[in-house]
Design a binder for this molecule. Structure first.
Ligand code: IMP
Ligand code: MG
Length: 182
């Protein structure tokens, strides 16, 4: 049984922001053959919509990062896997992430991508939670910046999951954070 989901960003609002971002990104990379690198799995719905709104000749690649929960609050990144061979050297790379929360995933990934010497590397996130940061990294673009306290809520839908569920919802919503006191 699913928890009831409270809508936070509607389908229409997301579509509007994605169209705006696509135009901005298209402008920023004008004349370039953009290499889009989507972080799986959370960004796949966002990426699918966004690439159709970027008016550029682009290629799409997928990457996955595994992490291990060490203690309740800390994670260590263990592995980075390119799902498809991603030719990043000398390319203009746009990394797509679902949520930048503590920034641990993003900073780990940026470090690895830099080792491939891309010509440029920018980041577009679906949701930025700037107040939750443990590492000082910032996406160049984000569809939504969430500043209100969300410690008792968990975001789901539009590719975002809780335990692999809810990814297919067409909007972004919240469920009570599992384990949080109501
Ligand atoms: P970070 O390394 O703490 O920045 O975590 C980023 C990752 O945590 C994202 O890529 C998401 O997969 C996941 N995440 C963080 N907050 C949420 C949430 O509210 N809903 C779903 N996933 C989340
Ligand atoms: Mg996830």
């Amino acid at each position: 049984m699913r928890e009831p989901v409270t809508v936070l960003y509607s389908e229409e609002l997301i579509a509007r922001r994605v169209a705006e971002l696509g135009a901005e990104i298209g402008h920023a990379f004008e004349g370039s053959e953009l290499c889009v690198l989507g972080l799986m799995k959370g960004s796949f719905v966002f990426m699918a919509d966004l690439i159709r709104r970027i008016p550029l000749d682009l290629t799409v690649h997928l990457v996955r990062v595994s992490s291990q929960h060490e203690k309740a609050a800390s994670r260590i990144m263990t592995e980075i896997v390119y799902a498809t061979a991603a030719p990043l050297t000398g390319r203009d790379v746009l990394l797509i992430e679902d949520i930048v929360d503590t920034g641990i995933t993003l900073s780990y990934l940026l470090g690895h991508i830099h080792e491939h010497s891309p010509r440029s590397l920018r980041v577009c996130a679906l949701i930025d939670k700037p107040d939750a940061r443990k590492i000082d990294v910032h996406p160049d673009w984000s569809a939504f910046s969430l500043r209100e306290p969300t410690s008792d809520r968990f975001l789901v839908g539009y590719g975002l999951d809780w335990m692999e569920r809810y990814r297919g919802l067409p909007y972004i919503g919240t469920i009570p954070r599992p384990g949080a006191t109501p």
